[in-house]
Design a protein around this ligand. Structure first.
Ligand code: FAD
Length: 568
């Protein structure tokens, strides 16, 4: 029977643990396993990474029946949204970091930290191969193996250079705290070099040309910060150099901030032009040497070069080697990030979860399942579903996709859906629902592409970390009493509700105490009032009272005394 129109007829119808170095080495590498002192062995959860996702998981895990081991080359959490402020000394580097040991210190869960990097995941044997940081000990790197019952992968992503020649050697990145500190030193360095009496005007112009590659939120915010730093502070300290300073923002696409509302994009481009920041859109960087950046115009293919003093590369994120290696092992090669289901479980691996920038939720399988349900209904019941069947399918889909619920409401099916949800079958007995399956499928595929494009942001990572911790906290409870939707494959319900992302809005600071804010419901606000909103949100989102106090003090210091331009 044809599926082009499906008529849905409503027919009523324990003990403490110690981590220890195992005497028996694994591949010649000492192994760290968990050992229970009491009768009951605690389940061991290993968390890789102390970024947004990993830290949010650690902050929210409450069940003391787990033993948690954290492995990360960074022994701190960094508040990345303020990294651009660190590049110009608006905020100090130490004000935006909090030691991970401090974050977990007061928790009732047994959490241990190792400053090391995991370089290989062996999911088959539940082993992680790790090595300590180089600067940790004078005898070189130490290697060890860690085993786990549950693995939470939250290693984030690395900078993506798109294999552009010369980028790694000659550009600055803005991903880690060290990057921001390096940029700060280099900016001052450029001004000091340009002040030397031996230089001619051309040299000064070259040294004071700051190029920013990438018109996304990070590149734009850095360009704005740099402009403020130069115009509010450095011009007073380096008189005579102002005329030589140039900031160029290079973007391969047609517009900067293209993930924002058009009003914001236009405002930002116009503001930058007014401020004298040279915004070159449709201009792709193809090569960077130690002296020049070569660009290709997207419209006419014209290639040109410009000398520079400092270049900051900020064009998006790529996959870390450990994730690439793991994806090859589990048959997920050629993806940008690890594919998980909606419960953040890595597809094809037991007890392995991935969250944050290193993961992406794979909706394809769910879409196939939904189509399969309708096909099955069509074959089994000659195109009809009972109230119960329909209710289950709709509940399940709506639970996964809030946007579908909206679609159904728009189709004026909400009365029936609501009635079905309330279960008052008598009221719906007389009704029948006609559902255009093709239209429904196309709505689902739009939803599908939206879901696939969950942004790689701190917001997503933090929400995923908190979600997963809540699942772990209620593992036993929900085993007995599952709260999730019906399983498409197999029988019964899923243990937990799937992860649902709540978008809380995004900011784009544009300099001069002006910020663009795009809040839920496409509410757009640009200007000084949004800047104050930005200050309050970023102060409130700090991971501890200590960093909150430090960041607010830094902002106040900057208002009163300006930014510090010492090159230390
Ligand atoms: P990360 O926060 O990058 O953390 C990864 C962790 O894994 C780190 O602790 C790292 O040391 C560790 N790690 C790496 N390799 C290994 C390994 N092999 N073994 C063990 N551990 C490892 N998002 C927003 O929502 N709003 C913003 O305003 C915003 N601004 C940003 C500004 C900048 C300059 C940058 C760089 C990012 C910004 N983001 C923002 C994006 C946000 O920072 C990321 O999306 C977020 O950090 C992702 O979190 P994560 O936990 O997946 O990864």
């Amino acid at each position: 029977p044809s599926l082009s129109r499906l008529l849905v007829l409503v027919t009523v119808s324990g003990g403490s643990l110690v981590a220890y170095a195992d005497a028996s080495p694994t591949n010649g590498v000492p192994s760290i396993a968990s050992k229970a002192n009491g009768d009951e062995k605690k389940k061991k959860v290993v968390v890789l990474g102390t970024g947004w996702a990993g830290t949010s998981f650690l902050k929210n895990i409450k069940d003391p029946s787990y033993e948690v081991q954290v492995i990360s080359p960074r022994n701190y959490f960094a508040f990345t949204p303020l990294l651009p402020s660190v590049t110009c000394g608006t905020v100090e580097a130490r004000s935006i970091v909090e030691p991970i040991r401090n974050i977990v210190r007061k928790k009732r869960v047994d959490i241990r930290f190792n400053e090391a990097e995991c370089y290989k995941i062996d999911a088959e044997n539940r082993k992680l191969y790790c090595r300590s940081n180089e600067n940790n000990n004078l005898n070189g790197k130490k290697e060890f193996v860690v085993d786990y019952d549950y693995l939470v992968i939250a290693v984030g992503a690395q900078v993506n250079t798109f294999n552009t020649p010369g980028v790694v050697e000659n550009c600055h990145f803005l991903k880690e705290v060290e990057d921001a500190q390096r940029i700060r030193r280099t900016v001052i360095d450029c001004f000091e070099r340009a002040s030397l009496p031996t230089l001619d005007e051309e040299d000064r112009k070259k040294i004071l040309h700051f190029a920013v590659v990438g018109g996304g939120p990070t590149g734009v915010e850095f360009a704005a910060e740099l402009h403020d730093f130069v115009n509010e502070d450095l011009v007073k300290l380096y008189p005579g150099l102002q005329d030589f300073v140039k900031i160029t923002l290079l973007e391969a696409g047609d517009h900067i901030l293209n993930m924002f509302d058009k009003r914001i994009t236009t405002f930002a481009e116009e503001k930058f032009r007014r401020d004298g920041i040279d915004v070159k859109t449709g201009s792709m960087v193809i090569k960077v040497t130690d002296k020049e950046i070569s660009t290709k115009e997207m419209k006419n293919g014209e290639i040109s070069s410009m000398p520079y003093g400092m270049t900051v590369w900020s064009t998006g994120i790529g996959t870390r080697p450990i994730i690439k290696d793991f994806m090859t092992q589990i048959g997920q090669a050629n993806r940008r990030a690890l594919a998980t289901d909606e419960w953040l479980r890595v597809e094809g691996c037991d007890n392995v979860y991935a969250l944050g920038d290193c993961a992406t939720i794979n909706q394809r399988r769910v879409m196939e399942d939904i189509s399969a349900i309708f096909s099955k209904a069509d074959q089994d019941n000659s195109g009809t579903l009972t109230v119960k069947e329909f209710q289950e399918v709709i509940d399940d889909i709506c639970e996964r996709y809030p946007q579908v619920e909206l679609y159904l409401k728009n189709k004026q099916m909400h009365n029936i859906v609501d009635l079905l949800k309330k279960g008052s079958k008598e009221d719906v007995a007389k009704e029948s629902i006609e559902l255009d399956i093709e239209e429904f499928k196309s709505a689902l595929s739009q939803v599908d592409s939206q879901m696939k494009n969950l942004p790689a942001t701190a917001q997503v990572a933090a929400q995923q970390g908190a979600y997963l911790a809540h699942c772990f906290n209620r593992m036993d409870e929900c085993e007995k009493d599952p709260e999730g939707p019906l399983r498409f494959r197999g029988s019964g319900r899923h243990r937990f509700r799937p992860f649902r992302y709540k978008h809380l809005g995004q900011f784009a600071p544009l300099g001069g105490e002006q910020t663009a804010a795009q809040l839920p419901g496409d509410w757009v606000s640009i200007g000084h009032s949004s800047q104050w909103l930005w200050y309050s949100v970023y102060a409130s989102k700090q991971v501890s009272w200590r960093t909150r106090a430090l960041v607010i003090t830094d902002w106040t210091r900057r208002f009163v005394f300006g930014r510090d331009s010492s090159r230390i």
